[in-house]
Design a binder for this molecule. Structure first.
Ligand code: HEC
Length: 155
């Protein structure tokens, strides 16, 4: 009886030991992921330019896929997800308003690439697209956005 108890005790300790071993391995992986060298190497955009020309036509397809969800098909700020924004705290601009877009290319490209970091939480809502779209796709989508005010006048 004593022997059986001793065997099961040893087996139990071995199982616990294996469990602990796994836990500490997982912890190491987690720690490695937060090391700054690794973080910096992953901080670069993943998508290389395809070399395709920047065009508003291409930008339209990108807008439908990635932006209309919030901004609405015509950029009025009425996409289905905009209904979830908290009134008075979160705000989605009307992209058909020419004053928002005129002479702001550099800033707008940055807003699309990085999100609006200049805003405090929780007003900083729009995602950063630099990990989702290539640089030339971001330029194409902005070229398309800039056609929205003129298109809105025609509706
Ligand atoms: C999750 C919803 C969401 C998606 C998706 C989204 N936006 Fe936005 N966008 C916003 C909100 C909200 C703002 C206002 C700023 C903020 O709250 O982050 C904004 C602001 C902007 C602005 C104004 C920036 C400025 O500097 O004045 C532009 C231009 C814009 N979005 C273009 C785009 C484009 C192009 C895409 C697609 C590639 C896109 N957005 C995808 C929610 C979104």
């Amino acid at each position: 009886m004593k022997i059986i108890f001793a065997v099961s005790l040893v087996a139990g300790m071995a199982i616990i030991g294996a469990g602990l071993g796994n836990a500490s391995e997982k912890k190491d992986v987690g720690q490695a992921a937060t090391k700054s060298s690794l973080r910096d190497s992953q901080a670069k955009p993943h998508f290389k330019n395809t070399g395709a020309p920047v065009s508003a036509a291409r930008g339209e397809a990108i807008f439908i896929d990635h932006c209309a969800l919030c901004h609405g098909l015509h950029g009025k700020g009425d996409g289905p997800r905009s209904a979830f924004f908290q009134q008075g705290i979160q705000y989605i601009p009307d992209l058909t308003f020419e004053g928002l877009l005129k002479g702001r290319d550099k800033e707008l490209l940055q807003s699309i690439s990085e999100g609006l970091r200049r805003l405090p939480e929780p007003a900083y809502v729009m995602p950063q697209f630099k990990y989702i779209l290539s640089e030339e796709e971001i330029k194409s989508v902005l070229a398309y956005v800039k056609t929205l005010p003129a298109a809105a006048k025609k509706h």
